[in-house]
Design a protein around this ligand. Structure first.
Ligand code: F6P
Length: 341
């Protein structure tokens, strides 16, 4: 059996650990050979490949990014995209694909499976917003990076009597903001799932200053005020129809300064959150996903995705996992509200 592997969407710490897990089990235990496809779905679409054997995965465990490269290519937006993928897989002698990605990459995998391609999915996203799995790898790393940033910003905020705003990733789900905000002792956490009242945010800022502490506000890039919309860097859409978010932090700083008279500054963590080496927990999860993905290939569990349930890795249908995003439950957000202001 020859198995193709690809990584799509935004890069994520742990992608290389999954690839390593797949190859390190697939070659000796099942006698498979592997072929890497470059740059997400562009790889099988344009037959862009990279050799993938045991020497190729040496040293990958702690390495960030993805040795296969990534893209947001959507084969369903390309002329004859599916036919090209099927014909390239056949010509390259690839019997099955392991697709490692988030909602978009796995959404394509779901449809290709329905069209007869042998696909197994592995969930990745720092946003942790994929359904069917308790956690995705990359999330723990992103939360730790954001928490360290918040810890550091506390001391500078207090020295300068400034309100500091930390803008984190999270297009439709506030998991990073919620976890890092709680771990870092934020005075307000603003997430896409719950529209915020700017007057209330200003009251929290003022009450914090009254206690002689400077406030830290953690905001997801997709958070929205009660009256208003997402703040965009550009309304140009990618191949999956997503606009580029960014700027809510600066908007908040301007509003807080205007309404409270206190100095407010914003730090945008951006790609720092998903760059560099994965945490031990993400290496552990990514490695286990890789091992179980190759077991699923052996069992012919096409159209299924590896998922963490408690401490077990289980297989769940890709169609279930990609039906809708996993967003923050209001009861979890309510827990954090105790610390606001
Ligand atoms: O999907 C993960 C994510 O980190 C989102 O939170 C964010 O909106 C997006 O990627 C940005 O990715 P890029 O800058 O690569 O377009």
């Amino acid at each position: 059996m020859r198995v193709g592997v690809l990584t799509g969407g935004g890069d994520c710490p742990g992608l290389n650990a999954v690839i390593r897990g797949i190859v390190r089990k697939g070659v000796p235990v099942y006698g498979y050979s592997f072929l890497g496809f470059r740059d997400g779905w562009r790889g099988p679409l344009e037959a862009l490949t990279k050799p993938l054997d045991i020497p190729a995965v040496r040293g990958l465990l702690p390495r960030g990014g993805t040795i296969l490269g990534s893209s947001r290519t959507n084969p369903f937006k390309e002329p004859d995209g599916v036919a090209k993928i099927k014909s390239n897989l056949q010509q390259l002698g690839v019997d099955a694909l392991i697709a490692i990605g988030g909602e978009d990459t796995l959404g394509v995998a779901t449809k290709l499976h329905e069209m007869g391609v042998n696909v197994i999915g592995v969930p990745k996203t720092i946003d942790n917003d994929l359904n069917g799995t308790d956690y995705t790898f990359g999330f723990d790393t992103a939360v730790n990076i954001a928490t360290e940033a918040i810890d550091r910003l506390h001391t500078t905020a207090e020295s300068h009597h400034r309100a500091l705003i930390v803008e984190v990733m999270g297009r439709h789900a506030g998991w990073i903001a919620l976890h890092a905000g709680m771990a870092g002792g934020a005075n307000a956490i603003l997430i896409p799932e719950v529209r915020f009242d700017i007057e209330q945010v200003c009251r929290w800022v003022e009450s914090r200053f009254r206690l002689d502490y400077a406030p830290i506000i953690v905001v997801s890039e997709g958070a929205m005020p009660k009256e208003g919309d997402e703040v965009l860097v550009s309304d140009e859409k990618d191949a999956f129809g997503h606009v580029r978010l960014g700027g809510i932090g600066d908007w908040l700083a301007r509003e807080i300064e205007k309404r409270t008279g206190k100095e407010a500054r914003t730090t945008v963590l951006g790609h720092v959150q998903r760059g560099g080496t994965p945490t031990a927990r993400d290496r552990w999860l990514a490695t286990r996903f890789g091992l179980h993905a190759v077991d699923a290939v052996h069992a012919g569990q096409w159209g299924m995705m590896t998922a963490l349930r408690g401490t077990d890795i289980e297989m769940v249908p890709l169609s279930e996992a990609t039906k809708e995003l996993k967003v923050v439950d209001p009861s979890l957000y309510a827990e954090a509200e105790v610390f606001f202001g």
